[in-house]
Ligand binder design. Structure first.
Ligand code: LLP
Length: 381
């Protein structure tokens, strides 16, 4: 990244988004999924910045939301209601009502009590709710345990041993139209054999459905496609080709079944960098600390998941040295990287933390009563 690209007068820290790269990424996701007729929804939770959302909706993706506010934001940013899917284990009555009033495409439901509540609210509003059952397929994503969601010890989805019972009960509900199945087994998955495992499990479930005489026109495989955090320049776009090809090869759809995906990280991660300024360089015992004006409140991933993000001093071409790069927050976890090789770093230098367009700004908080980070955009030429 070149310092000349950055608007240096902007107060730091801020997220810097390359909208040209975002556009190319969305187009890649579309062109790799189009041959199979797949429908891609953008998982708003990864980044709900309205500028990004508008660009993504203009490119024709649908939206995957997990709260009433995400539904509102998606609608305001141009996603048509009939492209919105709504997931979450804890949908409140007010959120369900909002989703019904806007006639969203589908609720991804995670338990029978939730479906019964949706039925009641839909009856009161005189609406019919389209739902998909989110199934916990008991497939291990082998990713960080905080972002694994498809095994039985997780809170997510309807457990396989419960499925028969849930389907029987749902059939009794007058305001509910069961249209599909939904899966999401975890995030930052780069091993395609995990998705092959999901397809094989989905095939088994489909067969059982068929034996029961049940045909569901929609199958949603969630998101989860990982990116390469080590090589943000060499591989700036996720491997959509292998991802969609895996589903095309291993999932056996019924005729006229529509397949959906909900991709978050793979759409927005690489287009965002966090730019911050060096406040101090402090000599510790056997190590040097670079203290930034960005902290774990601006970018939580390293502190929460020990996540790796490539770090670069974009102001310096001096010889390289090793540093621990930390923030100003009163927690030892407020560390972006240990033994990071940077060009010799001085007070006032600008530091770029790469590939944090996904779950960066979206997870920022005001911890320590700090201001939320700003956002700056590099528009397509
Ligand atoms: N669909 C559902 C139901 C989800 O729960 C998620 C993510 C997605 C789709 C999008 O998954 P993606 O394509 O982004 O992997 N904060 C964590 C990631 C949490 C993911 C939560 N669910 C992180 O920073 O790594």
């Amino acid at each position: 990244m070149q310092l000349s690209q950055i608007p240096v007068q902007t107060p730091t820290p801020f997220y810097y988004y390359n909208l040209e790269l975002l556009k190319k990424t969305v187009q890649a996701a579309k062109s790799e999924s189009a041959p199979y007729g797949y429908r891609v929804h953008y998982a708003v939770k990864a980044n709900a910045n309205p500028v990004l959302l508008r660009l993504i909706s203009q490119q024709g993706l649908g939206a995957d939301c997990v709260s009433g506010n995400e539904i509102r934001q998606a609608l305001e940013c141009g996603f048509p209601a009939d492209t919105i899917v709504y997931a979450g284990v804890g949908k409140s009555d007010a959120e369900i009502e909002l989703a019904l009033q806007h006639d969203i495409f589908c609720f991804n439901c995670e338990s029978l009590p939730e479906i019964q509540v949706i039925d009641g609210i839909a009856a009161r509003l005189g609406k019919k709710a389209r739902i998909a059952l989110r199934i916990n397929p008991n497939v291990d994503a082998h990713t960080h345990h905080y972002i694994t969601t498809g095994i039985e010890e997780n809170k997510f989805g309807i457990y396989l041993y419960d499925l028969e019972h849930v389907i029987t009960e749902v059939a009794k509900l007058k305001q509910i139209e069961l249209i599909g199945l939904h899966f999401h087994i975890g995030s930052q998955i780069t091993d395609m054999t995990v998705f092959r495992g999901l397809c094989i499990r989905a095939n088994e479930i489909q067969r059982q459905m068929k034996e029961r005489g049940l045909f569901l026109p929609h199958i949603n495989f969630g998101g989860g496609l990982g990116i390469d955090y080590n090589e943000p320049y060499e591989k700036p776009i996720a491997d959509f080709q292998s991802y969609f090809a895996t589903f095309a090869r291993f999932f056996e759809p019924e005729p006229h079944q529509q397949i959906h995906f909900e991709l978050g990280r793979s759409i927005v991660a690489h287009c965002g960098d966090l730019i911050s300024k060096v406040l101090y360089v402090k000599e510790g015992k056997n190590r040097k600390f670079v203290i930034l004006d960005a902290g774990m409140n601006d970018l939580l991933r390293p502190a929460l998941y020990q996540a790796f993000h490539k770090i670069e001093n974009i102001s310096s071409d001096r010889p390289e040295e090793k540093y621990d790069v930390v923030g100003p927050i009163c927690e030892s976890a407020d560390c972006f990287g240990k033994d990071v090789v940077l060009n010799e770093t001085r007070r006032g230098d600008l530091i770029a933390i790469h590939s944090c367009g996904a779950y960066g700004e979206a997870m920022a908080s005001r911890y320590n009563l700090r201001d939320l980070p700003g956002s700056v955009f590099q528009y397509p030429k």
